[in-house]
Design a protein around this ligand. Structure first.
Ligand code: PQP
Length: 393
């Protein structure tokens, strides 16, 4: 018998405190049923990793959200990359791998570091700031669109557009309705901004169009791949950086350790992705009858992967509920595992490291000066606001 749990991962109470539910899913069994959603769910690190690696049985092409595209067509076209299986996925992935290759990201480093340092100087002059608005949002919102080659106009569309994309992976609830209500102009903007003539030469976006010129993908696919980066590239890193700032502020000993050794910035960002899991959940769909941890799964079953639960699985982590920037967080599933492992992770880590290192050097401590406000989204976990005081070193 598969345990049936009364856990609704889209309820406000869940968003406010998901941890008891994560524990319940993880400890009940390797595979459980969620009665509220009528799907299977997994919360242990081993099973999440196994499902992610077995892309032939646990497919992405039927949607990585709650709906099965076979019976329930997507609200927007399926993602060109995230919701594809090989061989189509492989071809497009290699285009994105090149556009976001380590050498490309390495060349961006001086600009990203300079932007982070300049932002810290401006914020120190202010003193009392909102760590989400003024750092976690402000920083990715400049460096990422610049790297992608976007025009200065219209960047205010990026966060609400991403908010829609990640809400669309959940159920038809009020969060999705609110996102849908504001979608039409955002979608039109994203489509326009992805065209070749809107992108700067030498940019990541233009590299994707150049790949189409070389026949590595179609000229019809290139703008859609750029659009996928617009969808995915900002809200994710905003919440990753937000997670790092929130936990460094909540645990002053961890800020002190980072200030003492700014070389810990990279590890601090990684630990924040493990600890907070900005992307909380993704789904797979069972393509043919199979078995997982002794449980029979029929074709068409949706499997909800609780990345956040796996990232705190005591079977995998020592003291998993402790935020420790000196731990080796490698092996977390916050960036996924296998063929769909985050193609933007090198860029995401550069943003995290550059911003945290700049703060570490110039800021001795951070004091939370007001109540943090949570931002609700069907897939992303993060704050809307975190009032803080920066104490200069
Ligand atoms: C987490 C592609 C990737 C990236 C899309 C799309 C949306 C989200 C993501 C999720 N994603 N990191 O729409 O093609």
């Amino acid at each position: 018998m598969i345990p049936e749990l009364d856990v609704d991962p889209y309820a406000t109470a869940f968003f406010d405190d998901p941890y008891p539910s994560h524990t319940a899913v993880r400890e009940a069994a390797p595979v459980v049923r969620l009665s509220a959603l009528g799907c299977h769910a997994i919360g242990r690190h081993a099973e999440v990793e196994r499902v992610m690696r077995d892309w032939e049985v646990f497919v992405s092409s039927r949607g990585v959200g709650l709906r099965d595209y076979k019976t329930d067509p997507p609200l927007r076209g399926p993602s060109m990359i995230l919701e594809m299986d090989p061989p189509l996925h492989t071809r497009r992935r290699s285009v994105l791998n090149q556009a976001l290759a380590p050498a490309v990201v390495r060349a961006l480093r001086p600009r990203f570091v300079a932007a982070a340092e300049a932002l810290v100087e401006r914020l120190l002059a202010v003193g009392e700031i909102d760590a989400i608005r003024d750092i976690a949002e402000a920083y990715p919102l400049t460096v990422f669109p610049d790297a992608l080659g976007m025009e200065p106009e219209g960047r205010e569309n990026l966060l609400p557009f991403g908010n829609f994309v990640f809400n669309s992976m959940g159920p038809d609830n009020a969060l999705l309705a609110a996102s849908l209500a504001e979608l039409p102009p955002l979608a039109a903007w994203a489509t326009r901004q992805s065209q070749r003539d809107r992108l700067r030469p030498g940019s990541i976006g233009m590299a994707i169009h150049a790949a189409a010129d070389r026949g590595e993908c179609g000229h019809d696919e290139a703008p859609l791949l750029v659009r996928a980066l617009l969808s995915a590239g900002v809200d994710t890193t905003v919440n990753g950086l937000g997670a790092a700032l929130y936990n460094l502020a909540r645990f002053p000993d961890q800020w002190a350790a980072l200030h003492d050794d700014p070389g810990l910035a990279r590890g601090a960002f990684e630990e924040a992705v493990r600890f907070e899991s900005p992307v909380q959940t993704f789904f797979r769909t069972v393509a043919r009858d199979t078995e997982l941890a002794g449980v029979a799964l029929l074709e068409g079953s949706k499997v909800l992967m609780f990345l956040a639960a796996a990232n705190r699985d005591p079977r995998r982590w020592v003291d998993p509920d402790r935020f420790d920037i000196t731990r080796n967080a490698a092996g977390h599933v916050g960036f996924g595992v296998g063929i769909h492992m985050c193609v933007g992770q090198i860029l995401a880590r550069l943003e995290g490291e550059a911003m945290l290192a700049a703060l570490a050097r110039r800021v001795r401590a951070v004091e939370i000066t007001g109540a943090p406000v949570r931002r609700y989204n069907n897939t992303l976990r993060g704050l809307a606001s975190l009032p803080v005081r920066l104490i200069a070193a």
